[in-house]
Design a protein around this ligand. Structure first.
Ligand SMILES: C=C1C[C@]23C[C@@]1(O)CC[C@H]2[C@@]12CC[C@H](O)[C@@](C)(C(=O)O1)[C@H]2[C@@H]3C(=O)O
Ligand SMILES: O=C(O)CCC(=O)C(=O)O
Ligand SMILES: [Fe+2]
Length: 342
């Protein structure tokens, strides 16, 4: 495992940012684990998506050296002087960001790089991220994204199979499309002292991921927590640098008409070790229409959501705060069956 030897100096603003949370009460609920080579994988995936909107995958077929190579490049970038890193920011939304998450005032004990998977949409800031070792860093990103797109499509293929959706590539083709709006995020959570007993800094506040599917990998530092579907408690996810964690996104919740729930998750800073995570967000093309899949819900009256394009959802997401319930705007109002004059 690789960790940064020194906590990276974030600027002094962080000390006034109210990012503390009492350490939550959580259960030791086991996180579902799916072996992608198991013939039962599709059934287990559907069950995990219904119950948690989250699961861990093993035997995913991605070479360990691709993961460590990118992690090392990320660590090298985050260890650069602040002034150099700032040249690759602020994120709009791509590029380097520190403490501020999104454009609407959210903050966290974090620094990150957000990169678009579509090279045609790269901005000058992307070149600044790649800095002095553009060839090596870019190659590590490209290879990783290529592999993670495959993992996403494999899992989405199993979802369609498990749910009996035809054609089988209904979901995966959105991520495989050359215009797919997918992205990669490299996060660094520096170590943070407890402010008071049981008060820890929030690295990444609670939120759901807007896309179809997110594939997360981290070093062996803890911090990720998921919220149970009924909102009853937070569950700590034990880190595992050799596995991936799959997160159901808002778009998949809509396409399954709420059968799968986009899982609320957050990251709390660790007091002893820094956390580095790398997340691939598999998204559809901007023009893609998102709605409950008609083979799952043939009668439009049963749809819980209105149809929207991914572009509409994305712009609305970027007007929201991190913890907002973004799907609310796209929910259909229940039909009034009886109106009384009294
Ligand atoms: C506050 C925000 C940051 C975010 C865009 C948003 O307005 C709401 C969703 C956030 C999120 C969460 C998942 C991913 O990390 C992310 C890249 C995404 O697509 O939606 C972030 C956005 C971001 O940090 O730019
Ligand atoms: O860093 C992590 O483990 C999770 C980060 C996350 O949820 C995100 O980038 O959307
Ligand atoms: Fe997330």
């Amino acid at each position: 495992m690789v960790v940064l030897s020194q906590p990276v100096a974030l600027d002094n603003h962080i000390s006034v940012i109210p990012t503390y949370t009492p350490v939550p009460v959580f259960t030791s609920q086991p996180i579902p684990v799916v072996d992608l080579t198991d013939p039962e994988a599709k059934t287990l995936i559907v069950k995990a998506c219904e119950e948690f909107g989250f699961f861990k995958v093993v035997n995913h077929g991605v070479r360990a050296d691709l993961m460590t190579r990118l992690e090392q490049e990320a660590i090298r970038f985050f260890a650069l002087p602040q002034s150099l890193k700032n040249q690759a920011g602020p994120p709009e939304p791509y590029g380097y960001g520190s403490k501020r998450i999104g454009p609407n005032g959210d903050v966290g004990w974090i620094e990150y790089i957000l990169l678009n998977a579509n090279p045609q949409l790269s901005t000058p800031k992307t070149s600044d991220v790649f800095g002095q070792t553009p060839q090596i860093f870019r190659e590590a990103v490209d290879e990783y994204m290529h592999e993670l797109k495959e993992v996403s499509c494999k899992v989405l293929g199993m979802v369609t199979e498990g749910l009996g959706i035809e054609p089988r590539d209904t979901l995966s083709k959105m991520v495989r499309d050359e215009k797919s709006d997918s992205c990669l995020r490299l996060n660094h959570y520096p170590t943070a002292e407890e402010e008071a007993e049981n008060m820890v800094k929030v690295g990444f506040g609670e939120h759901t991921d807007p896309q179809i599917i997110s594939v997360l990998r981290s070093n062996d530092t803890a911090g990720l927590q998921i919220c149970m579907k009924d909102g009853s408690c937070w569950v700590a996810v034990p880190p595992d640098h050799s596995s991936f964690f799959i997160i159901v996104g808002d778009a998949l919740q809509v396409m399954t008409n709420g059968r799968f729930k986009s899982v609320k998750h957050r990251v709390l800073a660790d007091t002893r070790r820094s956390r580095v995570s790398m997340i691939y967000f598999g998204g559809p093309p901007l023009s893609e229409k998102i709605a409950p899949l008609s083979c799952l819900v043939p009668n439009q009256e049963d749809w819980l959501y209105k149809e929207f394009t991914w572009s509409q959802y994305k712009s609305s997401a970027y007007k929201s705060k991190l913890g907002d319930y973004r799907l609310g705007l796209f929910e259909k109002q229940p039909l009034l069956t009886h109106m009384s004059n009294e």
